[in-house]
Design a protein around this ligand. Structure first.
Ligand SMILES: Nc1ncnc2c1ncn2[C@@H]1O[C@H](COP(=O)(O)OP(=O)(O)OP(=O)(O)O)[C@@H](O)[C@H]1O
Ligand SMILES: [Mg+2]
Length: 254
């Protein structure tokens, strides 16, 4: 028995709904007309329709990953003025933005003064990770410590650390601006130990390594944390001018 075109159309839309293929439902008729015009084969037609669906699904999954990461802002490498900060190795940053370092569980540590672009570059790399549809989370050190403390209070510390350890890239920003208390030291250490040689971490800090004892209030824990972070890492020591001041001066001159 031959089906009526109207019934076929209704059934296709119903099946697409059941299979969660909204893009296929929206585009299959227009693509069929195109296929007739371009004399495409059945395979080419099916390929095109499925490709439309995949593109939208990938975009959705990337956007979801970017949203989940909770970046403080969205910035690209193109927006970074390398000529303003010549001490930064542009070639290395571009290489790191290819995110191959994740496959070797290497870390990146941006060190030094305010406004030199530490957060900007960490975000650039983080977004690349999300675009590769891998897991990335962004925290300030303070936010992360608060999350660890509350997980411990609710007796979910191990579960929380395990879930963070499955994150391909963890970005910890602003380490050193606030002291981390004695209790939180050991939580931070547990997290870094669990991630060590398994997954990558980016740390941005204003404190040179010999002052990390001040951040953690305990030289031994500080040394153990630093040791694990630095072992397989790219320590990027940025000594430069503050970009925020440049923007401020430019505004005043106008
Ligand atoms: N070289 C640069 N080119 C373009 N924009 C820059 C550059 N350096 C910094 N910026 C911009 O200046 C602002 C401050 O930079 P960012 O937040 O990355 O600094 P930071 O090193 O993280 O400072 P802090 O230690 O205070 O957190 C951001 O808006 C960032 O996009
Ligand atoms: Mg910053």
């Amino acid at each position: 028995m031959k089906l009526k075109p109207d019934n076929i159309s209704k059934s296709i839309k119903k099946y697409c709904k059941l299979l969660s293929l909204p893009v296929v439902a929206d585009c299959y008729e227009a693509e069929a007309e195109n296929a007739v015009k371009t004399k495409s084969s059945y395979q080419e037609y099916l390929y095109k329709v499925l490709q439309n669906q995949i593109i939208v699904r990938m975009d959705n999954s990337i956007n979801a990953k970017i949203k989940k990461a909770k970046f403080p802002f969205i910035k690209t490498i193109e927006e970074f003025d390398f000529s303003f900060q010549p001490i930064i190795d542009e070639k290395l940053i571009r290489e790191l933005a290819n995110i191959n370092f994740l496959d070797h569980a290497k870390n990146i540590i941006f060190v030094r003064p305010p406004g030199v672009g530490k957060t900007h570059l960490a975000v650039v790399i983080g977004i690349k990770v999300a675009k590769a549809r891998r897991r990335v989370l962004f925290f300030t050190a303070e936010e992360l410590i608060n999350q660890l403390i509350s997980a411990e209070l609710s007796k979910k510390l191990q579960t929380y650390i395990d879930s963070l350890s499955r994150t391909d890239l963890l970005i910890i920003d602003e380490l050193g601006y606030l002291e981390i208390g004695k209790q939180a030291d050991s939580l931070f250490f547990k997290l870094i130990s669990k991630r060590y040689e398994r997954t990558s971490t980016i740390v941005a800090t204003n404190k040179p390594f010999n002052e990390w004892g001040d951040i953690f209030g305990d030289e031994v824990i500080a040394a153990a944390i630093l040791d694990r972070l630095l072992h397989h890492s790219y320590p990027l020591l940025i000594q430069g001018k503050c970009y925020r001041m440049k923007e401020l001066l430019n505004k005043k001159q106008k």
